[in-house]
Design a protein around this ligand. Structure first.
Ligand code: XLS
Ligand code: CA
Ligand code: CA
Length: 455
C-alpha cells in the first residue's frame, strides 16, 4: 500500500476532511445512482505522472512511487499500483490515459510499443480483478519535439506518418482495455503565423488522419465514441479546434459530423471566452455531446491551470446540461485536474479528488432541485410562447414569408418583448443553491411575462 495513512473515503455527510459530504455513490437520484450519473474518471497523466513542474521551476510532488525511473517498467507498474489504490480508496470506477502516461517512451517506436504491450497486460489484469474500466484513451502527439509543428498538421509527411503509427497503437490499447471513447486533443494542431502555414491543407490533413483513425478503429472492433476536445490556444496560438462551434464547422466541412462527438473541458471553455455551460449547450444542440473533462481554470490567469473543480455554481449549470442531454452514455466526468504546485503530498491529491467529486455531487443535487422547482424552466418555456400560435406558429411552420410578415406588421406596431427577468432568475438559482428551498413565491404566483409586463 502506497498511501497507508489515507483511509477508504466514505460518505459521511458531516465535517471530515477525508470523507465525502455530498457524494453518496449509491444514492438514487432521478432513477439512477449518483455514481451512474457522474461516472467519475481519474486522469493518468495528472494523477500519476504530473509532478507540478511549471515554466519557472521543476516538480514539487514526487511521483516515483518508490521506484527508480531508470527502470521504466518497474516505474510504470508502481504508477499502475498507485492508480488502482487511489481509485479504490475514492470509489472511482474509470480512468483515462495517453499512451505514454502508462510507460515512458523507448528509443524506437518498436521498443515503445513493446513496453505498452507489457504494461497494458499488467493494467488489464488489475482491471479484471477490480472491475475498474477505461473511459477513454488517447495518443500523446504533442510532447515530443518531433511534433513541434503538429502531428496531423505537420508540414512533414514523415511526422504525419509517425503520428498515424502512434495513434494506431493508442487505438489498439484503448480497444484492449475496453475503452468506451477515443479522444483527439490537437495540442499542436494549429499555427503561429500564416507566413509559413497553409491553413486549408493542414486542416484537410487533420481530417484525413481522423478519418483513417475511425476506419482503423472500427475495423478492429472499437464500438465506442470518438471525441475531439476543443481548446482555443496553448500551446498553439491559433488552434484549429478553438471551441465547440468551430469544431462542428470543421467536422461538417470534412464530412465527419455524426462520427465524432466532443469531449468538453471546463478550463478550455474559459480560455475560449465562453462559459462551460455555453460549450456544453453548443455540443448538445449540435448533437455532439459526448464526455467532459471536469476541472476549472483561474479567471485571473490566462492559461490552462487544470485545477480540481470547486465552483458549485458552474458544476450545477454543467449538470443541468448533462441532464438535458439525457445523461452520459459512453462518456463521463474525467478529472483532468491536478493539485496546485504548493499542494504536493499524497493527502493533497485526495483532497483534490474529494473536493472535485463533492462539487459535482452537489452540482447534481442542485441541478435536480432547480429542475424540480420548475420556475426557471417554466420561465424559459413561457418566454417563447408567442411562437406557439398565430403569426409565431406560421413563422415556425414556414407558412409565413417576408410578404405575409410585412402585411401582418403593417397592421400593428409590436410591443417590446417581455422582460428577460435575469436578476429574478439568478435570485431563484441562489435560493435553491443556498437555502435549498424557494424563498420567493412559487412560479404559479409569479405573473407570467406578457407584452404588458412592466419594463
Ligand atoms: C490539454 C488537454 C489534454 C487532453 C488529452 O490541455 O486537456 O490533457 O485532455 O490529451
Ligand atoms: Ca483535457
Ligand atoms: Ca486542460
Amino acid at each position: 500500500m502506497l498511501f497507508p495513512e489515507i483511509p477508504v473515503i466514505q460518505y459521511k455527510n458531516q465535517d471530515d476532511h477525508l470523507a465525502f459530504r455530498w457524494y453518496n455513490p449509491d444514492e438514487v437520484i432521478l432513477g439512477k445512482t449518483m455514481k451512474e450519473h457522474l461516472k467519475f474518471a481519474l486522469a493518468w497523466w495528472h494523477t500519476l505522472c504530473g509532478e507540478g513542474a511549471d515554466m519557472f521551476g521543476g516538480g514539487t510532488a514526487d511521483k516515483s512511487f518508490g521506484t527508480d525511473r531508470l527502470n521504466p517498467m518497474a516505474h510504470a507498474k508502481a504508477k499502475t499500483d498507485a492508480g488502482f489504490e487511489i481509485m479504490h480508496k475514492l470509489g472511482i470506477e474509470y480512468f483515462c490515459f495517453h499512451d505514454h502516461d502508462l510507460v515512458a517512451e523507448g528509443e524506437t517506436l518498436a521498443e515503445s510499443n513493446k513496453r505498452l504491450d507489457e504494461i497494458t497486460d499488467y493494467i488489464k489484469k488489475k482491471m479484471d480483478e477490480t472491475g475498474v474500466k477505461c473511459l477513454w484513451g488517447t495518443c500523446n502527439a504533442f510532447s515530443h519535439k518531433r511534433f513541434m509543428a503538429g502531428a496531423g498538421t505537420s508540414p512533414s509527411a514523415d511526422i504525419f506518418a509517425y503520428a498515424a503509427a502512434k495513434i494506431k497503437k493508442a487505438v489498439e490499447l484503448t480497444v484492449k482495455l475496453g475503452g468506451t471513447g477515443y479522444v483527439f486533443w490537437g495540442g499542436r494542431e494549429g499555427y503561429e503565423t500564416l507566413l509559413n502555414t497553409d491553413m486549408k491543407f493542414e486542416q484537410d490533413n487533420l481530417a484525413r488522419l481522423i478519418r483513417m483513425t475511425i476506419e482503423y478503429a472500427r475495423s478492429i472492433g472499437f464500438k465506442g465514441d470518438f471525441y475531439i476536445e476543443p481548446k482555443p490556444m496553448e500551446p498553439s496560438k491559433h488552434q484549429y479546434d478553438v471551441d465547440v462551434a468551430t469544431t462542428c464547422n470543421f467536422l461538417r466541412a470534412h464530412g465527419l459530423m455524426g462520427e465524432v462527438k466532443m469531449n468538453v473541458e471546463a478550463n478550455h471553455a474559459t480560455l475560449a471566452g465562453h462559459t462551460f455551460q455555453h460549450e456544453l449547450r453548443a455540443a448538445i444542440d449540435n448533437g455532439v455531446f459526448g464526455s467532459i473533462d471536469a476541472n476549472e481554470g483561474d479567471l485571473l490567469l490566462g492559461w490552462d491551470t487544470d485545477q480540481f473543480p470547486s465552483d458549485v455554481y458552474t458544476a450545477t449549470m454543467c449538470m443541468m446540461e448533462v441532464i438535458r442531454a439525457g445523461g452520459f452514455t459512453n462518456g463521463g466526468l474525467n478529472f483532468d485536474a491536478k493539485p496546485r504546485r504548493m499542494s504536493y503530498d499524497a493527502e493533497d491529491l485526495y483532497h483534490g479528488f474529494i473536493t472535485g467529486m463533492d462539487t459535482y455531487a452537489l452540482g447534481l443535487r442542485k441541478a435536480v432541485q432547480i429542475i424540480e422547482d420548475g420556475r426557471v424552466g417554466n420561465f424559459l418555456e413561457e418566454r417563447y410562447v408567442s411562437y406557439k400560435s398565430g403569426i409565431g406558429a406560421d413563422i415556425v411552420s414556414g407558412k409565413a414569408g417576408l410578404a405575409e410578415l410585412e402585411a401582418y406588421s403593417l397592421q400593428r406596431e409590436p410591443q417590446l418583448p417581455a422582460s428577460g427577468r435575469q436578476e429574478m432568475l439568478e435570485g431563484i438559482v441562489n435560493c435553491v443553491l443556498f437555502e435549498g428551498k424557494p424563498r420567493m413565491r412559487r412560479w404559479n404566483d409569479v405573473p407570467p411575462p406578457t407584452e404588458n409586463t412592466p419594463r
